[in-house]
Design a protein around this ligand. Structure first.
Ligand code: HEC
Length: 114
């Protein structure tokens, strides 16, 4: 009898950890969405678009401060090969719509030199 009660307590106890873990994850994933975009921008995009988000050469346009809608539509066009430019087509080839939205928001809200 006491064993059954104990095992019930263990089950409820571990379930509460699972619930807590899940809710913790959803909070975390919301936070990391913007961070992921910032990381991608820093490690991938800035290589060509410039560490200060300002154009570094005649080939790469300044994208910081552009309108979010334009950025997202342009990135989708590159990904779906509606706009052809081999460098950009390659860079965004595997991005999801969601990642594109996050990147567009990051650049639309960003400031020069951040
Ligand atoms: C290998 C170099 C390279 C990398 C890395 C790169 N870009 Fe580009 N990007 C370019 C070039 C070159 C152009 C101009 C292409 C053209 O004329 O269509 C461009 C154009 C763009 C444009 C269109 C701007 C406009 O005014 O129409 C956007 C938006 C853009 N890039 C976003 C990004 C994002 C976001 C990333 C990171 C995921 C990124 N780029 C990574 C080279 C790069």
């Amino acid at each position: 009898m006491i064993e059954r009660t104990l095992s019930r307590i263990v089950v409820i106890y571990s379930l509460s950890f699972v619930m807590f873990g899940l809710s913790g994850c959803s909070v975390l994933s919301k936070k990391t969405e913007a961070e992921t975009a910032a990381n991608t921008a820093y490690y991938v995009c800035s290589g060509c678009h410039g560490p200060d988000n300002v154009r570094v050469n005649f080939m790469t346009p300044t994208i910081i401060g552009q309108k979010k809608g334009y950025l997202a539509a342009t990135l989708r066009d590159y990904r779906d090969k509606k706009r052809i430019e081999p460098l950009m087509n390659g860079v965004v080839a595997s991005l999801s719509d969601h990642e594109i939205e996050s990147l567009a928001a990051y650049y639309a809200n960003g400031k020069r030199g951040n």
